[in-house]
Design a protein around this ligand. Structure first.
Ligand SMILES: NC(=O)c1ccc[n+]([C@@H]2O[C@H](COP(=O)([O-])OP(=O)(O)OC[C@H]3O[C@@H](n4cnc5c(N)ncnc54)[C@H](OP(=O)(O)O)[C@@H]3O)[C@@H](O)[C@H]2O)c1
Length: 226
């Protein structure tokens, strides 16, 4: 069972059963695991979705369900990258400085409100669903698009909009790395939000490793007749 929060209006189709919507905190997730007789829990959420990750740790413990975190490793800066690392969006906005700049924003619609505090900049904001209502900013434009985003396309986009700085999260993986590689190629800085936390419990980097762990857990359970 794949669980989605329900943030995206029309999520990509998945080849497994899907449920949508919050559980009602760690207690709600614990109840779900017990009621649905869930055998194992994999936290495969986005590295910045801290609440559901914390709830998953607690619920797995309370429901006594084997648990693992599947987390894409963070990107690391390589030669040519000009990263400015910050802790949150407010600090990212401060890092833009007072002088007007042209900013590409690759953040979710839930978190871009602090941009309002720096109306001198021009923002190009890319999101999966439209930003409704738009931010009260005179110089903001919006693109709705769903990844993966490659370097060539993102480079063309940054160039066409004369972008001077990119604001992004360290999501890891390849699907959203295009803008990071494009910024490097164009020599423009990336204001990079640090990851909020790293997994507390056992973690794997790849789907293959998660499946290997799953096989191991389920085989051991079967051997014990559970
Ligand atoms: N944060 C990001 O930067 C980011 C980026 C891309 C995609 N996403 C995806 O968007 C979703 C929400 O992100 P967020 O940062 O708002 O999460 P969050 O702060 O960790 O979670 C807020 C609440 O949303 C519900 N929720 C989150 N993920 C859920 C799931 N997979 N299934 C059921 N309920 C879920 C839970 O509600 P209850 O307490 O009621 O259970 C949770 O307490 C996540 O699934 C994440 O993978 C997040």
């Amino acid at each position: 069972m794949l669980s989605l929060a329900g943030r995206t209006a029309s999520p990509a189709r998945q080849p497994v059963p899907v449920r949508v919507g919050g559980f009602g905190g760690a207690a709600g997730l614990t109840n779900y695991l017990v009621k649905e007789r869930i055998a194992v829990l994999i936290d495969a959420t986005h590295p910045y979705a801290s609440n559901i990750s914390a709830n998953a740790v607690a619920a797995a413990e309370h429901a006594n369900v084997p648990f693992i975190v599947l987390r894409r490793p963070a990107w690391t800066a390589v030669a040519g990258d000009r990263w400015i690392e910050v802790s949150d969006v407010r600090e990212a906005v401060r890092a833009l400085g007072k002088t007007a700049r042209r900013v590409f924003v690759a953040l979710g619609r839930q978190e871009i409100e602090p941009l309002i505090d720096a109306p001198q900049h021009s923002y190009l904001i890319r999101s999966v669903d439209p930003i409704e209502p738009p931010l009260p900013l005179r110089r903001a434009s919006y693109i709705t698009a769903r990844g993966p985003f490659g370097e060539t396309d993102d480079r063309a986009l940054l160039t066409a909009h004369r972008i001077e700085v990119v604001m992004a999260k360290n999501s890891g993986g390849t699907a959203t790395y295009g803008k990071i590689a494009a910024a490097r190629a164009l020599g423009i800085p990336v204001i990079m939000l640090r990851r909020p936390h790293e997994p507390a419990g056992p973690a794997v980097d790849t789907v293959e490793d998660a499946i290997a762990w799953l096989d191991h857990v389920l085989t051991s359970a079967a051997a014990r007749g559970v």
